[in-house]
Design a protein around this ligand. Structure first.
Ligand SMILES: NC(=O)c1ccc[n+]([C@@H]2O[C@H](COP(=O)([O-])OP(=O)(O)OC[C@H]3O[C@@H](n4cnc5c(N)ncnc54)[C@H](OP(=O)(O)O)[C@@H]3O)[C@@H](O)[C@H]2O)c1
Length: 249
C-alpha cells in the first residue's frame, strides 16, 4: 500500500534487503514495502515467509558468499524491479568463540559473510547507482563493532570494518550522489540473540540505559530514515540504535 504523503521522488523505489527473510532484515523489508517501495529480499535457506509475498516483495535465493549467486540475484531483481536504488546490506552471522579456541574457519567465514559479502552486494549495486547518478546504501553493523565483546573478535572485526568500508565509499562516491551510512544496532530481539541464555540476556539488559532489547522495527525505522529525502545530506555516518549501550564509542 503506498503512502500518499510521500514526496514524489520517493515513490516506489527499487529496494534490496539482504537477509530479508527474518529478524531485522524482515522488519526493514516490511517498512519499505508498507511505504510503497518495490522491495526485493534475498534469503539463503528455507522458504521466505508468506507475509512477504503477501506484501508483494520479491524473494530471491542468494548466498552472499557466492559471487555468482549475487550476480544472478541482481539480474533477477533488475528484470522485475529495475536497478537497485536503495541497498540495505543486512545479512550477517556470528560464530562466537574465545580467541584461543577460534578456528581459521570461525574467523574467515564470519569475515566472508559480514564483510566480503557486503563488499560483493555493494559493488554490484553501485553499477546501477553510478548510471542513475544517485543511490542510498545502508550497512548493518553492530554496537559490538565499536565497543568490542569477549568471544566475538571475528564478528566485532567484521562489523568494525564496515565503518571504514562505508566511509571510504562515502568519500569515493559522494560526488556521484550516492550515500553510504552505517546503522549500529545494540541487542535486538531476533533469532541471533535467542541463542543467548537468560542469564546472558539479563546481564546485557542491565548495561543498556533504556533497560531492554530493541525490537527489529526500531532498527528498520532508522534505516528507512537514512533512505529518505530527509537524510539527503547524511553520508559516512554511523548511527547507533542501541538504547545507549555504546554511548561514546
Ligand atoms: N540481533 C541483534 O542483536 C543484532 C545486533 C546488532 C547487529 N545485528 C546485525 O543485524 C543483521 C541481522 O541480524 P538478525 O538479528 O536479524 O539475524 P538473524 O535473525 O540471524 O538473520 C540473519 C539473516 O542473514 C542471512 N544470512 C546469513 N548468512 C548469509 C549468507 N551467507 N548469504 C545470505 N544471507 C545470509 C540469514 O539467512 P538465513 O535465514 O538463510 O540463515 C538471515 O536472513 C546482521 O548483520 C547482524 O549482525 C544484529
Amino acid at each position: 500500500m503506498s503512502d500518499p504523503n510521500r514526496k514524489g521522488d520517493q515513490l516506489s523505489r527499487s529496494v534490496l534487503v539482504t537477509g530479508g527473510n527474518r529478524g531485522i532484515g524482515l522488519a526493514i523489508a516490511r517498512a519499505f514495502a508498507d511505504a510503497g517501495d518495490k522491495v526485493a529480499i534475498t534469503y539463503r535457506s528455507g522458504e521466505p515467509p508468506a507475509a512477504l509475498t503477501e506484501l508483494g516483495c520479491l524473494a530471491v535465493r542468494c548466498d552472499i558468499t557466492d559471487p555468482e549467486q549475487v550476480e544472478q540475484a541482481y539480474k533477477e531483481i533488475e528484470a522485475q524491479h529495475g536497478p537497485v536504488e536503495i541497498l540495505i546490506a543486512n545479512a550477517g552471522i556470528t560464530k562466537d568463540q574465545l580467541l584461543m579456541r577460534m578456528s581459521e574457519e570461525d574467523f574467515t567465514s564470519v569475515i566472508d559473510t559480514n564483510l566480503t559479502g557486503t563488499f560483493r552486494v555493494v559493488k554490484r549495486a553501485n553499477r546501477g547507482m553510478l548510471r542513475a547518478k544517485k543511490g542510498r546504501v545502508v550497512l548493518i553493523s553492530s554496537v559490538v563493532g565499536l565497543y568490542g565483546s569477549p568471544g566475538q573478535a571475528n564478528y566485532a572485526a567484521s562489523k568494525a570494518a564496515l565503518v571504514g568500508f562505508a566511509r571510504s565509499l562515502a568519500r569515493e562516491l559522494g560526488s556521484r550522489n550516492i550515500t553510504f551510512n552505517v546503522v549500529a544496532p545494540g541487542f535486538v530481539d531476533t533469532d541471533m540473540t535467542k541463542a543467548l541464555t537468560e542469564e546472558q540476556r539479563a546481564g546485557i539488559v542491565s548495561q543498556v540505559p533504556l533497560g531492554r532489547y530493541a525490537q527489529p522495527e526500531e532498527i528498520a525505522a532508522t534505516v528507512r530514515f537514512l533512505a529518505s529525502d530527509d537524510a539527503s545530506y547524511i553520508t559516512g555516518a554511523v548511527i547507533p540504535v542501541d538504547g545507549g549501550l555504546g554511548m561514546g564509542h
